[in-house]
Every structure is written in structure tokens, then in C-alpha cells.
Design a protein around this ligand. Sequence first.
Ligand code: NDP
Length: 487
Amino acid sequence: MKRARMIIDGRAEDGADRFASINPYTGQEWATVPAATPGDVGRAVDAARGAFHETWRTTPGVRRAQLMTALADLLEAHGDALATMESSDNGKVIRETRNQMTFAARNLRFFAGYADKIYGRTVPLDHPGMFDFTRRRPYGVAGIVTAWNSPIALLANKLPAALATGNTVVVKPSEHASVTTCELGLLAAEAGFPPGVVNVVTGDGAVGDALTAHPGIDKISFTGGSATGARVAEAAARRLIPLTLELGGKSPNIVFDDADLDRAIVGAVAGIFAAAGQTCIAGSRLLVHRPIYEQVSEAIVARARAIRLGDPLDPETEMGPVANRPQFDRILALIEAGRDDGATLLTGGHAAEGPGRGLFIQPTVFGDVSPDMRVAAEEIFGPVLSIIPFDDEDEAVRIANATDYGLAAGVWTRDLDRAHRVADRLEAGSIWVNTYRSTAAQAPFGGVKRSGYGRERGEEALAEYTYVQNVMIDYSGSARDPFSIRT
Ligand code: NDP
């Protein structure tokens, strides 16, 4: 039985109370995790504040970079073990969790490269004898809250930019998958980060609430559902502190009749069945040009039926169970809503007789979905695809944008002009053309509308964790009129 521990001020702590983490494949308890009290959260925030003022804000960027690189090395060295733990915690297939550890290390290295390159600007003024420059200052303590679907990958979208820019952090992973975040906290201590720079507190939503409402937090970065995101935004608004929100999606994946269909079908399958559809960027609405509607639907259904369900730890497995019971129940309820609303069930539609005692759901495809049906409008966060036909480019764009969300979108076409035209009209933070679910440390990521605001990864992320300080210096040596503002 794995015994996860919180990390507060560089020390691993068991917590006064503990709760069980259930492996969604075996249905068995496989780890126990501390249930942080409000007092624990307060100590973690105090430790982060102390570390910020005493060491981290004045630690040279080159040293921050060394520590981040050391952490990346450790993440890679322990990548297989961490991937196994994460797959045991949330049921995600090991071929994905292994890559996510590599991705996390890559993000740390990318932002380590910035740690000693957080430049300001000199600002030309109208007045001789005056000099003006800007610099970017860290906010202080960043409170980071993540969802259960990809704890390390989601954290890797936040932690590196926060640390590189000189912030200290308190991280709260989801109660449904906390273990690897605790392990990362231990690795940070092993890498040599000063105590208090990286803190991890564990527990349920109340712990997230206590963290985001804590007066010692200067910045919040949150990944989760839109409803929780709105609550977090209220907490941030009460204290007027900056916030980055990475929320849900209902992303359109648009296939035109001139697309390379073999690739488009792989992209559609990756969009919805990878990670059992439990990704914020899931291409859960497949918009298909009417002339190829039957052909594409048949091909997707054939591939969906052939998906290998199984043990997430088996490298041959393509789809594991969904991560937890509430999620399982919600997906089945939304499948029922699809039936009730009159969508055509092309395949799936039930819990699967998977191996083990896992919470498996059959890869499910609805055809003839109209945009007003619940399956087309609500984020399902499961392996459920809605195929929606369209007649022309204008209609495709109109349907694609007719959603509350705006996280991602895919466009499949061989026509370069069309690719640009459509990408230009889509309301989403990430657009993929002839690919789907591709990510890079260098490429900024984030949403619009109910998918949130702010950007992670890429140079843009640095701005999320820093404020611009302007410094104006008068070296003219002359006194000025005290009763008039100088412009
Ligand atoms: P939730 O919003 O329920 O949970 C996200 C995190 O917030 C968890 O750590 C949760 O703790 C915590 N939390 C719960 N209540 C509060 C509160 N009042 N104050 C502060 N924190 C709180 O999301 P889900 O777990 O359901 O995750 C799925 C969602 O995440 C989907 O909507 C998905 O689209 C989104 N997501 C977005 C991504 C993006 O980058 N845009 C990436 C991945 C997922 P606990 O779980 O312990 O209750």
C-alpha cells in the first residue's frame, strides 16, 4: 500500500487524518493520502511566504534554472515509477502517462531556460534628464489547484513558469489522484529546492477552497471544471488577486471532404478516445462534411469497436477505465440523455464488461447529432463522440462556435486557403490543422469563453506569474514645480 505524504516547508508529513485512493481498474484501495486541515494549508502558505521573502525571490535565475533542471532529471529518472503510480491512481493508460512524465520534464527544461532571461525594457520618455525602465517581478506565493485526469502534466503547465519567474508555490491536487504530485514534492526536495519553495497539500475540494481563499496567496492558477472555476474566480475577486483558469471544453473537430481521411480518422479517434475522453481538449464534437458523412462515421465506428480496453498498466491497452465513480455515473447519464434526445447510437452506449473490476465504458459514438442536444452541448469528459453533419464552410464554423466553451478545435483539409480561413474564424485558444491533441512546451495553451483565461506554456506563461514594475528616474538634477504633475 502506497503511503503518500504532503510536503510542507520541505518536510514530508503524514497528516492527522488520511483517506484512501482507489485504483479505478482493480476497484481496490492502493494508496492512502493525508487529509490536510485548514491549519496544514496555513502552514504551507506561511512556509511559501517565508521562502519567497527569505530565499527564492533573490535566488539568481541561473540557480533557479539549475534546480529546475535537476528536478527534470529526477522526473525522467523516476518516469516509469511515476507513470505506474499515476495510471494506478486515475486509470490512464501507461503509454500516455509515460509520455506525460517526459512532457513534464521537457516543460521544466523549457522554463529553466527563461529563469535568467526575465528581461524588462528601457522606455524612451519625452523628457531629457529622465530614465525609465521596466522589470518583471514575481507575484509571491502561487496557489495551484489541479484536476485528477493528468495530475503531473497539468502541474507541469503551471509549476515551471511559476518557479522560473521567482514565485513559490502551494499545490493542491485532486483527492482522486494525489499520489504523483506528492512524489514530485519529494523530488523537488531531493533536487535541492530550499524548504518552502514547493509545498503540496492534499485533500478534497474544501482544501482547494481553503487554499484559494487564503490571504497569504498572491496568485491562483486553477485547472478543473467551469463551475468550480467560477467559484475560484469569486475567491480571487474577493481578494483582487490575479488568476489563471484552465477549464473545460466541447471542442469541435471539423473534417472537410478534401481531407486526408486516414489521418482525419486517426485524429478523430485521438480526440475522443485517448485517455477515455477524459481530457479538457477532447474533440467531442466531430463535424463532418455531408458528402463524406457516411464514410467517416463507418470508419470511426469500426475503429471504436476495435479499441483494446484493459489494464492501464499493460502497454498494449488503448483505453483504460474512467477515473472514478462519480465520473462513471455522469458519463452514463449523458449517454442516456443522447438517446432521449433522439441521437442515433452508432456504437457503444453502455458500461463495458471490461477486465478486472474496472469502471469501463464502451467507446460510444452518436450520429445525426444536432447542436442543441445535450451530448453536443455539455462537456461529458468521457469516451462519447457526437458526429454532426454540415453542408458548407459557413455552417461548419457556425456550429463549431455555437458553444459556451472555447478551448480547442481541429480542422482537417488539404486546402491551405480553407485551413487559414476556418482557423481565422474559430473561437478557441488552440487550433490544430491536420493534427489533434498535439502539444509543445513552446506553444501557448488556454481557452476563451467558459474554457477560462490566461495562458500556460510558451513565453506567454511568464506573464501569468509576473507583474510589470515601472521605474522612473530623474537624473536632471533640477527641482520641479511641486503643484503640477509632470507629463
Ligand atoms: P473540479 O473542478 O471538480 O476539480 C478541480 C480541482 O479543484 C480539484 O483539485 C478539486 O478538488 C478542486 N476543488 C473542488 N472544489 C473546489 C473549491 N471550492 N475551491 C477550490 N478548489 C476546488 O474538476 P474535475 O475534477 O471534475 O476535473 C475535470 C474538469 O477539469 C473538466 O471540466 C475538464 O475539462 C477540466 N480540465 C481542464 C483542463 C485545461 O487545461 N483546460 C485540463 C484538464 C481538465 P477535489 O477533486 O479533491 O474535489
